[in-house]
Design a protein around this ligand. Sequence first.
Ligand code: HMG
Ligand code: MG
Length: 297
Amino acid sequence: MTFPKLVKIVEVSPRDGLQNEATPIPTDIKVEFINQLSDTGLKVIEATSFVSPKWIPQLADNTEVFQRIKKKSDVSYPVLVPNKKGLEAAIAAGVKEIAVFTTPSEQFSQKNTNCSVVESIDRITEIIYDAKNYDLRVRGYISCVIACPYEGNMAPEKVTALARILRKLGCYEISLGDTIGVGTPRPVRLLLDNVMGEIPVEQLAVHFHDTYGQALANIYAALEMGVATIDSSVAGLGGCPYAKGASGNVATEDVIYMLNGMNIKTGVDFAKLVAVGNFISKQLGRESRSKVAKALG
Ligand code: HMG
Ligand code: MG
């Protein structure tokens, strides 16, 4: 077993978390939330997405949020971009890093982005071509890497093929998303084994939703294989409105608690992080989904 000594957390709550909230969240709260996250030692905070407001009305205030947050020089604030229109708006807002997304599932691709998998790669190709002219860093997501709510299990080879394309197009990192949280350590290992045949582990991240309570076990399996970048979300916020049955991401508090116990460094101040998770849960008027936050009261 060769666990990494240092893990990078990619905090996705302002985007993956807030995109799935039924009640509208005031822009002021989003700004305050991201500013508090910036003070915890997190180095990557996905701030919002520049997708169609008809599809994700919760993040329609993307430009205002991005422009108003206090940006720390040692923190990056990527945003999700689905097409050229989103890229142009992100550039106008002053974004320095974007994340693009695709999936091996035809049906999920249609439901989430109204296009086929091949068309999604065409869009990404266009986005990255333009993004390079602005020196933007590009991260790539692959969704439904274990299974899709509409098509069932996904073959690891299909995920690897997409990862190869994203890397070739210029994504510096590829995040493997178990969008509906159905994975368990065995299929996760089989998937990583396959993907790592093509992509260096340093360029891989894992993105587990915790729908079936398997996320920490899956993260442990990924750590054992050397993965050192983990996407997570304070208070376990998260979910994709276009993936039936998708619920929250693994809670960052729970991930940090486990990593601290394993003596793996993250640079994140645990107490501050728990306080931010409690802050946003209070604003949303509900209990945190983080087991650790609940245990701490
Ligand atoms: P479409 O309806 O086919 O797009 O949607 P369109 O090009 O026909 O345009 C329709 C309208 O939207 C037009 O406005 C466009 O201008 C506008 P109208 O003329 O009707 O007034 N529009 C936009 N407005 C603002 N920003 C834009 C934009 N694009 C078009 N970027 C589209 C296609 C891709 C836009 C749409 O399907 C979409 O936005 N989908 C995003 C859905 C989404 O955000 N899902 C969640 C994120 S993915 C996720 O959560 C998974 C992840 O976490 C990893 C994991 O867990 O696996 C990343
Ligand atoms: Mg997600």
